[in-house]
Design a protein around this ligand. Sequence first.
Ligand code: NDP
Length: 322
Amino acid sequence: MKSVFVSEFGGVDKLRYEDLPTPALAAGQALVKIAASGVNFIDIYFRTGLYPAPAPVVLGMEAAGVVEAVAPDVTSVKPGDRVAYAMCRGSYAEYAAVPAWQLVPVPDAMDLHTAAGSMLQGMTAHYLTHSTWELQPGETCLVHAAAGGAGQWIVAAAKLRGARVIGTTSTPAKAESARAAGCDEVILYTEQDFEAETKRLTGGKGVDVVYDSVGASTWEKSLNCIRPRGLMVTFGNASGPVPPFAPLVLNQKGSIFLTRPSLGHYCANREELEWRARDIFRWLASGAVKLHIDQVYPLAEAGLAQTALAGRQTTGKLLLEP
Ligand code: NDP
């Protein structure tokens, strides 16, 4: 089968679009014929080696497709089922072997592109706004890269919880996308000082929670945007990883809390996975959340998709089609 993988870490030039054997099924797994695979920033971390894995590293952490075969002990899905999943690496391929417990059924009315494009970022937004910090009506959050894939979902999920949402983006066009996703206020953090703007917009109080996926370049100022005893959620490294720091800083910023979460730990069992997947599919079906698919690339052009994502040229979701 065709797949996109790296044998050496590095730039997009290290990506190989070649044949690999179709994965053999281990106990508990199902073989999924992939209809569409989502592109996520985490794929870039696996390509560069920021997140190390043994070679060959087949990229891709989410997809939707049709079950082709199941291991003898699997009863939860069967060949022909339409399914979607996230957080199992290897979706930049024609087939993937996935633990059956991680597969959720795709509703009949939903196309597989929408399902593939919603799982990872949608469930991330769900856990960040429902579990990491249970946003309450009247609270305010700051969402960096609010026009991005994860960003648009977080904005929408925060609005569904009744929060006020301040977003940041790099361009006026992205600011429009962030507003369309639901932002109450948008700060152009390439032109404006987002710390000063956030303080102004909150009457000097600061926000209850910051959702920061940008990392190195926003870290310092993000800490200054949080009200005493609020929460800093650093959940990504789009501009590079956050440098080491002293816990005393949390005291100096107002006894704030800090967490560095990951979707895997918030979809730790079937119950949590079903809760989050059910909610995001319901939001899509009702129109409460609109998925913006920026572009669909052939699998062979994964490098172009990753270059656009890393180059800040995208809004919303990118997909690959095998
Ligand atoms: P996005 O679509 O959000 O793309 C990244 C965005 O980050 C860019 O569009 C850009 O928006 C902004 N950005 C700011 N500085 C830089 C920079 N130096 N280089 C590149 N981009 C920059 O990607 P994803 O939605 O796939 O992922 C967003 C982040 O969320 C990633 O860091 C990812 O790792 C993280 N994430 C974490 C999860 C978790 O559970 N921990 C799960 C899902 C995602 P702008 O131009 O507006 O600045």
